[in-house]
Design a binder for this molecule. Structure first.
Ligand code: DAH
Length: 342
């Protein structure tokens, strides 16, 4: 009978094709073509109506049998193909962990950061506490309480960034002295590292933003010998046992007496060279005994307490430490500079 022959042909062809399939996509296509709603077997079933009524049940049963059989074969083959495709995908995604790769770029701390960390370690080791405060500062703290009254030349607008009449970008870290004395009781031992601002043109030794670290000690019986001992210890800890300090008389409104402090030049060990301009010494900080007027303005009884203060310029330390001649290199963010320090 023609219909049964067609059925056998469909079955045989489907079987042959199934054996040659290599992808699940091709299998899906075959399934649709043979078993789908508009597929070959479905078309046969629809044609049953043309047969004699007594033939319909047997032929229908045979079509259903082939349908079930092919369906089963396709399922089995699908499982096989899926397993193979997974295997292939895994192989493709294998990572060769032994393959050499370029080294990742590792960052380095900025010279100012390095020096700041060294200073903090040095002074906290001597019992100082780190205190930080605002860079946008009240005139009152930045100048007034530091004994720089109105009309003092240091307030010149050429040096100071004024936000308005009462607010400035701090020109030094010294206002932290006032903030410490107004919020703490002696004994006070603090250091305050941070950014400061002056309206300077950028050149090899100037920048409108730079870094200082303020130090302040207030207690009973604090003398200039304590200042000298502390700074000597700092010099030796940071630069070695053969480095010593030299105090030169100076003037700052907030300290009395005041001194500028030099360290033995570490390039020539005091003999004199180009770096220290043949003097054997390098200037690193300003210091002095806290002016009793400042103590009183900040609510400290100057008959009972005394104190010393110092302000270190961090750029100078960093440039000296790393042999950097031009301050601009510190701010340009050139990764090659940092790369050399790693
Ligand atoms: N504030 C001063 C400046 O910016 C530095 C300084 C000098 C700080 C003497 C001090 C000090 O604490 O005692 O130039």
């Amino acid at each position: 009978m023609a219909m049964l022959e067609t059925l056998q042909t469909i079955k045989r062809q489907a079987e042959e094709q199934l054996a040659t399939l290599t992808s699940t996509a091709a299998l899906d296509a075959l399934r649709v073509r043979v078993l789908g709603k508009k597929g070959e077997l479905t078309a046969l079933l629809k044609g049953l109506g043309q047969l004699a009524p007594e033939e319909r049940p047997t032929v229908g049963a045979q079509i259903n049998e082939v349908h079930a059989w092919l369906n089963e074969r396709m399922d089995a083959h699908l499982a096989l193909l899926q397993a193979r495709e997974r295997e292939l995908a895994l192989q493709m995604e294998t990572i060769d962990v032994t393959e050499p790769r370029p080294m990742p770029k590792i960052g380095a701390a900025h010279p100012i950061t390095l020096v700041m960390h060294e200073l903090i370690e040095c002074f906290t080791g001597m019992g100082f506490e780190v205190m930080q405060g605002p860079e946008v500062e009240l005139d009152h703290y930045n100048f007034e309480l530091m004994n720089l009254p109105k009309n003092h030349p240091a307030r010149d607008a050429q040096d100071t960034f004024y936000m308005d009449d009462n607010i400035v970008l701090r020109t030094h870290t010294s206002p932290m002295q006032a903030r410490a004395m107004l919020t703490r009781k002696p004994p006070i031992r603090i250091i305050c590292p941070g950014r400061v601002y002056r309206a300077d043109e950028v050149d090899a030794t100037h920048s409108p933003v730079f870094h200082q670290m303020e130090g302040l000690v207030v207690d009973e019986h604090v003398t200039m010998a304590d200042l000298r001992g502390t700074l000597d210890a700092f010099a030796k800890k940071m630069y070695g046992e053969d480095v010593s300090t030299r105090f030169r008389p100076s003037f700052f409104p907030f300290t009395e007496p005041s001194a500028e402090v030099d360290l033995t030049c570490s390039s020539c060990h005091g003999k004199g060279c180009r770096i220290c301009k043949e003097t054997g010494w390098i200037e690193v900080l300003g210091s002095g005994m806290v002016n009793p007027k400042v103590l009183e303005m900040c609510g400290i009884d100057s008959t009972r307490y005394s104190g010393f203060a110092f302000g270190i310029g961090m750029e100078r330390l960093a440039m000296r430490r790393f042999g950097i001649r031009d301050m601009r290199l510190l701010y340009e963010g050139d990764a090659r500079l940092l790369g050399q320090l790693r």
